[in-house]
Design a protein around this ligand. Sequence first.
Ligand SMILES: C[S@@+](CC[C@H](N)C(=O)[O-])C[C@H]1O[C@@H](n2cnc3c(N)ncnc32)[C@H](O)[C@@H]1O
Length: 230
Amino acid sequence: MKLLDLFCCAGGAGEGYQRAGFDITGIDINPQPHNPHKFIQADAFEYLEAHGHEFDAIHASPPCQIHSVMTKGRWKDRLEKHKNLIPPIRELLIALGKPYVIENVEGSKKHLINPTMLCGTMFGLETKFGSQLRRHRLFETSFFVGLTPSCNHKKGSVIGVYGGGQHPGRRYHKSKSGELKTKHGVAGFGVQDRRDAMGIDWMTGKELSQAIPPAYTEFIGKRMMEVCFK
Ligand SMILES: C[S@@+](CC[C@H](N)C(=O)[O-])C[C@H]1O[C@@H](n2cnc3c(N)ncnc32)[C@H](O)[C@@H]1O
């Protein structure tokens, strides 16, 4: 089964679908030298219109800046420059008539139709020191996903995979176990910690901050295989 991974960046989503058994082609407007799948540099809308019929299923992760809670807080005035890409990509996907998935951040909930929420804690994603990945992402699907594992937020340390890994105003040292900590015991995270928590070993820090953990799309991809192709 051939899956088109639109807005693919360095291929976090694509990797999960590959694990679910799909053959992946990624499309991004920017070069993606670290993307491990077949890759074509192109505009997602143009490529989908011209080549969508060559694929069995489509995934789209349109840029989420306009919906990102972080962006809203920090750079409110920049929001105006970003457009909402979800409705136009959905229109193209429905016209194509193949099984599809549109993924986005929680802030985009009102733009997505009956999305399924996935979190790193559903898949046991954490750093090697046990800091949990509480990364909520929404998936609108053209097929029935059904029950998901439950969110399992425990008391304790949490890793955020955003722009930076450590607080710029804090000083960190390596504890005996190798963990980065302030003198008050607040954990700091390097790129390797973020890779461990995301289940991704090939991305830079910047690419990780945009990615979805492959465990999420492996879950969605397996459901799609069962519901749409068996
Ligand atoms: C949030 S990232 C996708 C992350 C990816 N799903 C993953 O899991 O690694 C969005 C990507 O959309 C790309 N992009 C923005 N506008 C685009 C367009 N018109 N066509 C194709 N790609 C575009 C950006 O370059 C960026 O890499």
